[in-house]
Design a protein around this ligand. Structure first.
Ligand SMILES: *[C@@H]1O[C@H](CO)[C@@H](O)[C@H](O)[C@H]1NC(C)=O
Ligand SMILES: *[C@@H]1O[C@H](CO)[C@@H](O)[C@H](O)[C@H]1NC(C)=O
Ligand SMILES: *[C@@H]1O[C@H](CO)[C@@H](O)[C@H](O)[C@H]1NC(C)=O
Ligand SMILES: *[C@@H]1O[C@H](CO)[C@@H](O)[C@H](O)[C@H]1NC(C)=O
Length: 458
């Protein structure tokens, strides 16, 4: 096998250890929670590990990231700012600190000769895009997605689910004494597992009283539950919305990395466990059981490597590291629909297979989800049905352009709506509604002045 050059990496990583949170088993709206020092350490270690593999000139997988000082043209980071409060954003900060650690080279000498190092021994301040629920659907396609919730309800009503209820009844019946009032039902399985997991990490009394097999049994059921909710039998099915909504950012980054005249080397998305499940399902890495159809651990990461042998066409390689206890990235074979055999995938095949199912715009998301009001849909749908200028379809635009257009269009339409409301005297300017910590998008089109506070993360 001839050796290939690594052109760059699209990295996606789950957040680190956090406190408990609760999510509705049908709509997946979540409560707030907070990262812990352990979670920060896990993410920082992951960042340092990624640096050792991809950011170190002596590594065989070095992608040419500038060192020791980071170069803004080579690296882009974005973090889901909706789910789980600030946990994912804070995780991204900790990861990036490990990836681009403080450096004595981060200093400046002034005109009068004074030497000034950056604070904290040369800390590097790396920008991270905060991906807000009300402005951008890409990292949380499932939130407020009616069609997704309906599919989940159908799953709970299915024969296969009922069979599992029967199989697991004896185990679930043993749980109430340790669940502190939480419902011991299979529908509620994620919350059961999450409570047990968080308590067993942070509560010595709980840990000491927990029967030895219970956590593993609960994890197993949560894996089954979540994989079925966040996957689909067809690539573009609504069960995969967590993955299809993320595709434009992933595919655009891959194209940029493969383009020799573009300086981008690494694109990083900080996310929850949910898009991992859809992306596993869509890339077929768990179709033959090589990777379990299961929730990933805290600080787990996928690195899609863009490689090239000589002047041949670039291809994509799937690497996965299942959290802090896993030694390092391992390669898994992808099996996209239509591929003769599993393995690495030519970039052109990766794009032509996944682009058709990508959710490229907010409007497209509104239609796919059957969502007529939340996340900017009211204005977008109204605009697309009443004005000729609002483009109902811009599928031909490159995904990244379309992403910006989606957000920009939402804003433009809201501006018109606000102007209309103000004209009608329905809107009092200057009155700010309090926003909770999980939604810091103060400029979000739907927040601020309108007198309702319905959000996907409420
Ligand atoms: C040099 O300039 C900096 C920034 O203006 C100032 O803080 C510092 O006191 C100056 N040092 C001397 C020795 O003048
Ligand atoms: C720790 O676990 C014990 C035993 O399950 C429980 O009674 C207690 O409420 C827990 N403490 C906290 C802070 O959750
Ligand atoms: C994707 O998930 C569905 C369940 O939602 C499963 O039936 C299918 O086999 C999975 N596809 C792959 C390629 O793993
Ligand atoms: C990650 O590791 C946990 C155990 O630490 C396991 O239960 C789970 O199946 C693994 N997930 C994947 C996708 O490998």
């Amino acid at each position: 096998m001839s050796t290939s050059n690594l052109l760059g990496v699209v990295l996606i990583a789950r957040h680190g250890d956090r406190l408990e949170f609760w999510q509705d088993p049908t709509t997946y709206t979540t409560s707030n929670t907070a990262i812990t020092p352990l979670g920060e350490v896990q993410e920082n270690n992951l960042g340092a590990y990624v640096r050792s593999v991809y950011g170190t000139p002596s590594s065989s997988s070095y992608i040419g990231l500038s060192t020791p000082l980071y170069n803004a043209e080579q690296f882009l980071a974005r973090a889901d700012a909706g789910d789980e409060g600030g946990v994912i954003y804070d995780s991204a900060i900790a990861l990036v600190q490990g990836l681009f650690p403080p450096s004595s080279a981060n200093n400046i000498t002034l005109a009068n000769g004074t030497f000034v190092p950056s604070p904290l021994n040369g800390y590097q301040y790396i920008p991270i895009e905060s991906v807000e629920l009300e402005e951008d659907v890409s990292l949380e396609g499932y939130a407020s997605c009616t069609a997704f919730s309906n599919r989940t309800t159908e799953f709970y009503n299915s024969t296969i689910f009922q069979q599992k209820v029967n199989e697991t009844a004896a185990f679930l019946k043993e749980l109430p004494p340790i669940l502190d009032g939480r419902a011991a039902t299979l529908v509620n399985m994620w919350n059961i597992y999450d409570y047990m997991n968080v308590q067993s990490v942070h509560n010595a009394t709980f840990l000491n009283n927990l029967p030895p097999t219970f956590l593993a049994q609960a994890r197993d059921l949560a894996n089954w539950h979540e994989y079925n909710v966040f996957s689909d039998t067809t690539l573009g099915g609504i069960g995969n919305i967590a993955g299809t909504a993320m595709l434009p950012s992933i595919l655009t980054a891959m194209q940029r990395i493969a383009n020799a005249s573009d300086p981008l080397k690494m694109h990083y998305s900080a996310i929850s466990y949910k898009p991992f499940l859809s992306l596993f399902n869509m890339t077929g890495v768990n179709s033959d059981g090589q990777l379990p159809a299961a929730v990933v651990n805290y600080a787990a990461a996928v690195a899609f490597e863009i490689r090239q042998t000589g002047n041949d066409a670039p291809f994509v390689r799937f690497n996965f590291k299942n959290g802090t206890d896993d030694d390092g990235f391992k390669v898994y074979n992808m099996q996209l629909p239509g591929m003769a055999q599993p393995g690495d995938v030519p970039l052109s095949t990766f794009l032509s297979t996944l682009e058709p199912v990508a959710i490229n715009t907010t409007l497209q998301w509104c239609n796919a989800c059957g969502q007529a009001t939340d996340r900017g849909c009211a204005a977008l749908l109204n605009a697309s049905s009443t004005t000729a200028v609002a483009p109902a379809h811009h599928d031909r635009i490159s995904p990244v352009g379309a992403g910006f257009l989606g957000a920009g269009l939402t804003f433009a339409v809201y501006s018109m709506l606000l102007a209309a409301l103000a004209f009608l005297g329905l809107l009092a300017f200057g009155k700010r509604v309090h926003r909770s910590g999980s939604e810091r998008g103060l400029n979000s089109p739907q927040g601020g002045s309108i007198n309702h506070e319905k959000t996907a993360s409420a």
